[in-house]
Design a protein around this ligand. Sequence first.
Ligand code: NAD
Length: 397
Amino acid sequence: MTDLLSLPKDRIRVLLLEGVNDSAVDLLRAAGYTNLTYLKTALDEDELRAAIQGVHLLGIRSRTQLTQETFAAADRLIAVGCFSVGTNQVDLDAARLAGVPVLNAPFSNTRSVAELTLGEIIMLFRRVFPKSTSAHAGGWDKSATDSHEVRGKTLGIVGYGNIGSQLSYLAEAMGMRVIFYDHTDKLRHGNTEPTANLQDLLSQSDVVSLHVPETPATHGMIGAAEIASMKKGAFLINNSRGTVADLEALAVSLKSGHLRGAAIDVFPVEPASSKDAFHSPLQGLDNASSPHPTHRCLHPRGSREDWGGSCQEAHRFLRCRLNDRRCKLSAGSTAPPTSGHKTHSHPSECAWYAGAPQPSVLATRSQHHGAALADRQRSRLCGYRGGRRPHAEPESS
Ligand SMILES: NC(=O)c1ccc[n+]([C@@H]2O[C@H](COP(=O)([O-])OP(=O)(O)OC[C@H]3O[C@@H](n4cnc5c(N)ncnc54)[C@H](O)[C@@H]3O)[C@@H](O)[C@H]2O)c1
């Protein structure tokens, strides 16, 4: 059936930019996509407009900007694979109007963040961060004062989505009591319990971990008043988005001793590159851990890779998953290439996220934008305009 819908694989042109990992190239070639161009760098807008002509599948990371003009120049494009968690680098409205699905891998690093958070919880309770700093400075602090096991302590998770729920599994396995607050009804995993509101969660938790997206409602969600209502001696972790917690208020609380420690992986303002200086009100506080920010790459439009989710397994998962989905799509599949859940960020992402448990890519597009778009997609692959043909015809090269 798929043979009737698509060009032979070796005629499907693939363009991979920004030096996506070699294994992505290997996986595509092994799947029969040999008509492949691989560039180590991003292209500027003019270069990209020229390079994209005749390309069916485009793979990018976060530097390539796909604008309305890019989509207008893309005469054969059937899918874009973003080798990233987000899709901020793509004008999704332009992609939608052009009928091009944009694929990303929103939970490729879910586990990585959950694991890092659990590690931070243990290190905060055991005071590993100040002891390590002291040892580097020649100190020898073997005292057990204020060092505790996590077993029996209460973890409060704000945002019980992909990462929050993964974290709850890990924390319960360590013997923690887990409560969560989410603004929507959520399936409770294990023995976790929802709280009626954020205030309830803050007043009960020995450690609070934030896992909400960046929205107007979560902007400044944890400010001075919320921190003051946390238990004395509690810890705060923010591995979600920099705008969710007020770092000035956090620094005041850490200095006063109301909160005992914090681990922060995301900041409201971050350096654009490793050459720029990093500034934070938490600098100099040995009870606040901030994974080295230069591991992050911040794009001018906000697309980036956070340290918390950045590890080898997450990157490998991302490559495999995207390639699998693009291959199925280009082979004419109208079923979701892989199962999955909706992505967390831009609302329009959901409509274009081919892995979501929703109608097929082509069917979804038909519902939203009319059957003409689905037909346009087929014509890009098969070289015909509408109607049903028994065999795909090679397109003119
Ligand atoms: N540090 C990193 O490296 C890294 C990596 C991946 C994701 N993230 C960030 O982690 C966060 C969570 O990611 P996820 O994949 O679990 O997302 P998700 O969409 O699966 O979960 C977010 C949860 O927050 C809830 N929520 C949204 N607004 C809320 C509000 N105002 N009050 C209460 N609950 C609210 C949602 O209902 C949802 O259950 C996101 O901000 C994401 O950008 C960070």
